[in-house]
Design a protein around this ligand. Sequence first.
Ligand SMILES: C[S@@+](CC[C@H](N)C(=O)[O-])C[C@H]1O[C@@H](n2cnc3c(N)ncnc32)[C@H](O)[C@@H]1O
Length: 243
Amino acid sequence: MSKTYTNHPLTDIYLKCVRSHKEPYCADVFGKEIIVYPNVMSPRYDRSSRFHILNMPDQKGKSVLEIGCGCGVIGLFAAFQKAKKITAVDINAYALENTKENFKKFNIKNVKVFYSDLFSNVKETFDTITFALPYYGTEPKDILEHGISDHNYKTLRRLMKESPQYLRKNGQVILGFSDWSDTELLDELIEENNYKLIDRREETANGWTAYLYILEMKKYGMDLDPRRLELLTSWMQTRRSTN
Ligand SMILES: C[S@@+](CC[C@H](N)C(=O)[O-])C[C@H]1O[C@@H](n2cnc3c(N)ncnc32)[C@H](O)[C@@H]1O
């Protein structure tokens, strides 16, 4: 039976604040004036992205994929940490334009910004895949609400299944989540998809807790990751059936 999900009571106030903007405006994030477009998730009214940035391992020299870039703030701070290359994707067209403008404003050159539903248009592999996830399993009503709601966590389930194919050896998947999210489901998905939890950082304030999950793939003897194991098993089965 599927679970019934709800939003944190403060979410309506957050959405009202974001929806009150009809023109681009600024949010101060650690002393940087980040531009935020209407219809885009806003670090002015929420502490999640600051928490994510503060707790993310140093991205110096890394090739980073930010899924769900919003206004681009997490990718931007990865670039400030001297990440080698940033790829930022979102399903919200306003977010993509917004991210491009912020990268331009801060003169960040080593970037690609494009539409992608998770990995649908992604062709490379990365040292880091990061996603400040929509927190709730509720149904989004418009494109802005895709920033807070992931209906029955279908996107999260896909993300956990597909990420390993886009991760380089020793790469990390870094996920923002909260105590209002289905953390039990995330724990199950970590186990099911052969991730190893390296760290779960947390911060409690204003009646809710933000989490940052830092994951790597489990290491297998003789370097047998699950995909290779699957290929090897099916090859052996073919051999058996030919005899
Ligand atoms: C919680 S917001 C984070 C925004 C930004 N990273 C920040 O920290 O302010 C989640 C973002 O994920 C995007 N998103 C939701 N589902 C997505 C999907 N399937 N593929 C790509 N982006 C998605 C939303 O449009 C939203 O911009």
